[in-house]
Design a protein around this ligand. Structure first.
Ligand SMILES: Nc1nc2c(ncn2[C@@H]2O[C@H](COP(=O)(O)OP(=O)(O)OP(=O)(O)O)[C@@H](O)[C@H]2O)c(=O)[nH]1
Ligand SMILES: [Mg+2]
Length: 235
């Protein structure tokens, strides 16, 4: 079956490395597996991608996270309505025929009919994923939808667990919300964040450690980038 991704930007890997040094550690194509072929409909040229997918409930910050990592504002974000409808990517050239691709998918939990449509889309795309970042929010309490989505995907896609990073986002909103102008959480917020990370760890029992971060302040994005590269190099 043919699937389509829509690229919003094409640049060089060095752009990402200059933002987060983790990207310098990306294994060279001849040293690792996990590169998937894509044929460009316009040029018929085949390139090989390592794709990182950002997945999670609608409005949880997938597009904002891709923007914060790449330093671009290509991915449309919204406070009020679900806004990502297709697989949109930002692509960074590793060499002439290989790219690292950051892919943003629509969110789950918007409506039952959309969920059915998107779950199929997730399955088709995530088969090609070298890493999947599944986002939950620091102020989420109910993980039933996340658990159901992940269980189903892990059943359908062999080996997905080893490529899955669970990330707790929007940590600037951890209670008690601070009015101080700092990118770092306060001591009190840090306690809330640690408790949420422990809860998420217990519920999902992920293969890789849970990462907490904030796309809005940039706090711990370097750690998220490090984990992504660990997973990309392992798969
Ligand atoms: N305070 C805070 N707000 C955030 C953060 N990340 C995202 N947001 C806000 O959350 C809202 C939704 O973010 P999006 O990035 O559009 O969420 P999404 O997951 O891509 O949503 P869909 O495309 O609908 O699935 C926007 O108003 C963002 O500004 C964060 O780290 N902190
Ligand atoms: Mg989005």
């Amino acid at each position: 079956m043919s699937i389509t991704k829509y690229y919003q930007y094409r640049g060089k890997l060095s752009e990402l490395s200059s933002r987060f040094s983790a990207f310098k550690r990306l294994a060279q194509p001849h040293n690792s597996t996990g590169w998937h072929p894509w044929v460009d409909r316009n040029t018929s040229k085949t390139t090989y991608d390592k794709m990182v997918f950002f997945v999670g409930k609608t409005g949880f910050g997938k597009s904002s996270t891709v923007n914060a990592i790449t330093g671009r504002t290509c991915m449309k974000t919204s406070e009020v309505e679900a806004c990502t409808r297709q697989c949109q990517t930002l692509e960074y050239q590793v060499d002439d025929s290989h790219c690292l691709s950051m892919a943003d998918l629509p969110g789950v939990g918007e409506s039952q009919s959309r969920d059915q449509e998107y779950r199929k889309m997730y399955r088709d795309f995530l088969k090609k994923a070298a890493a999947v970042v599944y986002l939950v929010r620091v102020d989420s309490r109910d993980f039933a939808i996340d658990q159901a989505v992940l269980e189903q995907l892990c059943q359908e896609i062999p080996g997905l667990e080893q490529r899955l990073i669970i990330a707790v986002g929007q940590c600037d909103k951890a209670e008690p919300i601070s009015r101080q102008a700092s990118n770092e959480p306060t001591m009190e917020q840090w306690r809330t964040i640690q408790a949420k990370v422990a809860e998420v760890d217990r519920i999902f029992s992920p293969y890789w450690p849970v990462v907490a971060y904030s796309a809005a302040t940039g706090w711990n994005l370097e750690v998220l980038a490090e984990r992504m590269i660990d997973v990309l190099n392992a798969n």
